[in-house]
Design a protein around this ligand. Structure first.
Ligand code: GLV
Length: 318
């Protein structure tokens, strides 16, 4: 029997290609480029495909799904799936899987990396050293904020939020959290309302999933509730923060600093961010350790293989 046809939108690891090749005819793999396919390209590639392996930067909207008449399943190599129209998939009986759990600890590590870099001005002081400006030691050089003893506010207490809370406790921080759906105690963290979290935290870390409800979840009015000495860390998604408002607030000194791994419209970002020393900018790499990225790719492949074999998906969304 002919193998079902699979489109892979992105460069993935050879071990996953090998595993997938045993079960699928790989009709297209975007091995040559890290540039996402355009919408017309994606539609064209999916014309005959039954399976799709995609990731965060591929927009699989209702038009793409409607055009992909043969499609049976989408496996995204990410935990967030806001880029895929899950309702349209459901209506067509298209299965969808994501990659939860395997990236939790790595992503929480990175939230802390951004938090520490922002608090202790790591990027800014490194730029100073690299540009040859360092002429000698001084008491007031790059004085930053203490992390130990500070208050950490986590917006979104899912798996990753819980792993960040654990790290905060390890650093001797007081940990607050806010979550809209589940009000449970997590790793010594205290549940507070959204306003209390914004007003009381020295570090606000955003880990909420992106959806129409969390579009511009943090905007000027929220930032203005924060302490002028506070830092905002976004490892959630571009669009959770209204970047224009954040930039204006940083310029006006409404908060001290920001650590941003995600941006509205990424990979484009507001040029104004580049002009500010007190913003640490990274290219959506929170889950990027080799081991974890390997696990994400493998899990997505295992979900696809489970579907062709008629087995339950390991990590289904629908
Ligand atoms: C990355 O952003 C993910 O959702 O896995």
């Amino acid at each position: 029997m002919a193998k079902p046809s699979l489109v892979i939108t992105r460069r993935i690891y050879p071990e996953a290609i090998e595993a997938l090749s045993a079960h699928f005819n790989i009709a297209f793999e975007n091995q040559a480029s890290d540039t996402p396919l355009t919408k017309p390209e994606l539609i064209e590639k999916l014309a005959q495909a039954q399976y799709l392996f995609c990731t965060v930067a591929d927009k699989v909207d209702a038009d793409v799904i409607a055009a992909a008449t043969q499609l049976k399943m989408i496996a995204t190599g990410a935990v967030g799936y806001n880029n895929i129209d899950a309702a349209a998939c459901k209506a067509r009986g298209i299965r969808l899987s994501n990659t939860p759990d395997v990236l939790t600890e790595t992503t929480a590590d990175f939230a802390f990396a951004l938090l520490m870099a922002t608090a202790r001005r790591v990027s800014e002081s490194e730029r100073y050293v690299r540009s040859g400006q360092w002429k000698g030691w001084a008491f007031d050089q790059f004085t930053g904020m203490d992390v130990h003893g500070a208050t950490l506010g986590i917006m979104g207490m899912g798996r990753i939020g819980g792993a960040i809370a654990k790290r905060g406790a390890g650093f001797g921080m007081q940990v607050l959290y806010h979550n809209r759906s589940q009000a449970k105690q997590e790793n010594g963290a205290r549940l507070v309302d959204r306003e209390t979290l914004l007003k009381s935290s020295d570090f606000v870390v955003l880990v909420v999933p992106y959806s129409p409800e969390t579009h511009h979840f943090i905007q000027a009015k929220d930032i203005h509730l924060m302490k002028p000495t506070a830092c905002l860390i976004n490892i959630a998604r571009g669009g959770v923060v209204k970047d224009d408002d954040l930039l204006a607030a940083l310029r006006a000194g409404k908060i001290r600093a920001a650590g941003l791994d995600v941006f509205e419209g990424e990979p484009a970002l507001l040029p104004g961010f580049l002009e500010l020393e007190n913003v640490v900018l990274t290219p959506h790499i929170a889950s990027s350790s080799r081991a974890t990225r390997g696990r994400m790719v493998s899990l997505a492949a295992e979900n696809l293989i489970a579907h062709v074999q008629g087995l339950p998906l390991k990590t289904p969304v629908i």
